[in-house]
Design a protein around this ligand. Structure first.
Ligand code: HEC
Length: 279
């Protein structure tokens, strides 16, 4: 009985102070895997870096209607410690299972004429608001962009509760089953790009992809086969307009994020892939 009590006390102390000064206990750490190499960045080390700066975000997809100020380091600087093949894809993983690939040219860009990715770090004393009511915040690590409009950064490119990055092979080598045929018309190619940016972070295509947050969009049945065209457009624009589902994890894609022409290209790609099912 005494032992049990002691254990409870120890556990309580552990949970009550998940982060202790100096970071010996469960300090949040971001990992960067590249082949056999694995780098870890602890929160306290990140907060001590000389390239840490304050970044103001006016339109933050995780915190609509608020101006946020983050302490952040440029993502390119974290990758500077490792060399990456030019066609390699970078994948990020979040602690809730959300995972996505992102092109190197976007995430490693440091040219101020385009969007620049930063890793925002939530410090112990300055915690951020909840992303959803009563839920956790976007921290401890959150990928943010300065001037997201310059490279049309999609809301799915702002992963929160980021756990780490992994350098992978090329998208074509990793996930050949999501690609249209080489000679496919240009609207299909554009639709494919839109799919890989906006939908692939959560959905697989032909059971291929890093994330299974949502159902496969092509197998065994394509969404273009069991949704009427109108219902599919409504669902993509805002899933809640098609069916009431408060716990839905799918984001809405209003025209500001997915212009009408891009939505048509995306649906054309989904229809095209229904003829290219791979088991
Ligand atoms: C943040 C994750 C996420 C993103 C991004 C996302 N979805 Fe979804 N989607 C889901 C989840 C989860 C479901 C399952 C139902 C739900 O939770 O709303 C779903 C359901 C669907 C369905 C209904 C499937 C069915 O059989 O009921 C379709 C169609 C769909 N998504 C298409 C898309 C398309 C097209 C895109 C890109 C424009 C996209 N989704 C982007 C998470 C996502």
């Amino acid at each position: 009985m005494f032992r049990l009590l002691r254990k409870t006390v120890v556990l309580f102390v552990f949970f009550a102070t998940p982060i202790m000064a100096g970071g010996e206990i469960v300090e949040p750490t971001l990992t960067l895997e590249n082949g056999d190499k694995r780098l870890s960045f602890s929160r306290s080390d990140l907060l001590k870096r000389s390239d840490l700066k304050k970044i103001e975000i006016k339109e933050d997809p995780s915190y609509p209607g608020r101006v946020m100020i983050y302490q952040a380091v440029p993502v390119a600087a974290l990758f500077a410690q490792t060399s990456i093949a030019p066609d390699a894809v970078i994948e990020f993983k979040c602690s809730d299972g959300f995972a996505a690939t992102i092109s190197q040219s976007r995430i490693l860009n440091s040219d101020p004429k385009r969007s620049v990715a930063y890793l925002a770090i939530e410090s112990v004393g300055e915690s951020w608001p909840s992303v959803k009511p009563n839920g956790p915040s976007a921290g401890p690590f959150y990928l943010i962009w300065s001037h997201p409009e310059l490279s049309s950064i999609a809301q799915e490119e702002w992963p929160f509760q980021l756990a780490g990055f992994a350098v992978k092979g090329s998208l074509q080598a990793m996930y050949p089953a999501i690609f249209p045929a080489q000679g496919a018309p240009s609207n299909i190619q554009r639709g494919f790009k839109s799919f890989s940016r906006n939908c692939f972070p959560c959905h697989t295509m032909n059971k291929s992809g890093p994330s299974d947050v949502g159902p496969d969009l092509n197998v065994p049945s394509s969404v273009t086969e069991y949704f009427t065209p109108g219902a599919l457009r409504t669902l993509i624009r805002n899933p809640q307009d098609l069916r009431y589902f408060p716990r839905s994890r799918m984001s809405a894609f209003p025209p500001s994020i997915l212009p009408d022409a891009e939505l048509e290209d995306l649906i054309a790609y989904l229809g095209y892939m229904s003829k290219l099912k791979r088991p």
